[in-house]
Design a binder for this molecule. Structure first.
Ligand code: PAF
Length: 320
């Protein structure tokens, strides 16, 4: 039995916590609010899996962040959104996560790696890129909407090859496999993150703006034209920031492939917009705009979707 901490009670956090517990591991879920920890503690996590008629209820130990003791060692899976990685969360991690712990980052985008690494010197960092589809249906319930794949690897060159890094990585891969996930070790996780960023930068804002499922996104020639324009601009920017010389057609097929493999899924950004929550637009298309600007380039499609998505929510819903 391996001790695992999942930090973040969103769709992915609930999915991982429930499935890893079902596989026999000692999981603790750290939640932002006390209310959610109490709910999970009392009712367990209800998980609806595709292909299964009856939802499963899994008893999971949950703690609100304010009650987490310091000196935690082991495997921490950080599943909060990139926008939730604020200076206060980084301070919390510095206080609670001990030197021999490993933290695996599940966020979309790439902008969180350096700040987390700076806040956790000496701790092992791993990044995970996942295409699992999950929809949070309540404070303690989640629907597994599509089976995806997960790649895990060290996002920083300095952590490659340390013995500690190999053991944490192997443990995580093993326990996730036991929980039924398709998981692979990647020595090119940065490349995977850039590819995922490309997928998210196309699918997430457009599904959120048009309020369509991922499968409905490429359904009309008009939508496809907009998708393709956003795709070409984003791929161009990412190429100047390390995306390897993959053919555009292969990358475009990847985007369409994710739309079809997660056809019934609502993208995480559409889920946020429908729930009146702050979106990840700054970490996705906003990041593409900043990458373009750093090279003196413009990214008009990314600038436009960033502005359009930001304008959906009222300031109080954005937490400003
Ligand atoms: O952010 C998301 O929703 C997911 O990363 C993806 C792959 C677009 C599927 O919905």
């Amino acid at each position: 039995m391996t001790e695992i901490t999942v930090m973040g009670g969103g769709a992915l956090g609930l999915l991982l916590a429930a499935k890893l517990t079902t596989a026999g591991h000692a999981v603790t879920l750290w939640t932002r609010t006390k209310e959610q920890a109490v709910r999970v503690g009392q009712q367990g996590i209800t998980i609806e899996c595709f292909g299964q008629d009856t939802p499963l209820v899994v008893q999971v130990n949950a703690l609100p962040a304010e009650e987490v003791p310091s000196g935690f060692s082991g495997n921490v899976l950080l599943t909060v959104k990139q926008s939730a990685i604020t200076s206060s969360l980084l301070g919390f991690l510095t206080r609670t996560v001990s030197d021999d712990a490993a933290v695996t980052l599940f966020q979309n985008g790439t902008g969180h790696i350096e700040p987390v690494a700076a806040a956790l010197p000496g701790r092992q960092l791993l990044a995970a890129v996942t295409t699992e589809g999950a929809l949070r249906t309540g404070m303690s319930s989640v629907r597994h909407t599509g089976k995806g794949e997960t790649w895990i690897g060290p996002p920083l060159v300095t952590s490659i090859g340390s013995p500690q890094s190999a053991s944490h990585e192997e443990t995580l891969v093993r326990v996730m496999k036991q929980a039924g996930f398709s998981v692979f070790v990647s020595n090119a996780i940065r490349e995977r993150m850039l590819r995922k960023l490309l997928i998210n930068a196309v699918i997430n804002p457009l599904t959120a703006l048009w309020r369509v499922s991922n499968g409905e996104l490429p359904a009309t020639p008009e939508r496809r034209r907009v998708m393709e324009a956003l795709f070409l601009e984003t791929a161009d920017v990412l190429r100047s920031h390390g995306l390897q010389g993959t053919e555009s057609s292969e990358l475009w097929d990847n985007v369409l492939g994710v739309c079809s493999s997660t056809a019934d899924n609502r993208s995480s950004m559409l889920q946020d917009v429908l729930a009146g929550r702050e979106t990840e637009i700054n970490a996705l298309n906003g990041a593409i705009c900043r990458m373009a600007a750093s090279e003196g380039k413009e990214a008009p499609w990314n600038t436009a979707v960033t502005a359009l998505v930001k304008a959906i929510l009222l300031p109080e819903e954005r937490g400003e």
